[in-house]
Ligand binder design. Structure first.
Ligand code: ZN
Length: 102
């Protein structure tokens, strides 16, 4: 253990979590898949570190928007188009089984 354990935000008392770790855990944190202890550590870091809090806030907001959009309206037309595209692709990549319709 010799590398510099300094976060870029010069925290003195920022628990065990530095900025790199906080950002790395951010997604897991937002997914709520961290242990309670770990969550708390990240939360404390976010509380004391503006840049990381900003990043977390932005990410959380983004997720909220995305998931609410997705829930609100997955348009049927989009689903139909995706299904059609998949079907078309499947038909295209069909191995040379189409012997003779022409
Ligand atoms: Zn930080």
């Amino acid at each position: 253990m010799g590398d510099d354990g300094r976060g870029s935000c010069g925290g003195e008392d920022v628990s065990d979590v530095d900025c790199q770790e906080a950002v790395r855990q951010l997604y897991v944190y937002l997914d709520g898949e961290l242990t309670e202890e770990r969550r708390l550590q990240i939360a404390v870091h976010l509380d004391e570190c503006g840049p990381c809090a900003d990043a977390a806030g932005f990410e959380a907001e983004l997720r909220a928007v995305v998931s609410s959009r997705c829930k609100d309206r997955v348009p049927d037309s989009l689903i139909a188009r995706v299904a059609a595209a998949i079907a078309a692709e499947a038909a295209h990549s069909d191995p040379g089984r189409t012997s003779g319709i022409a």
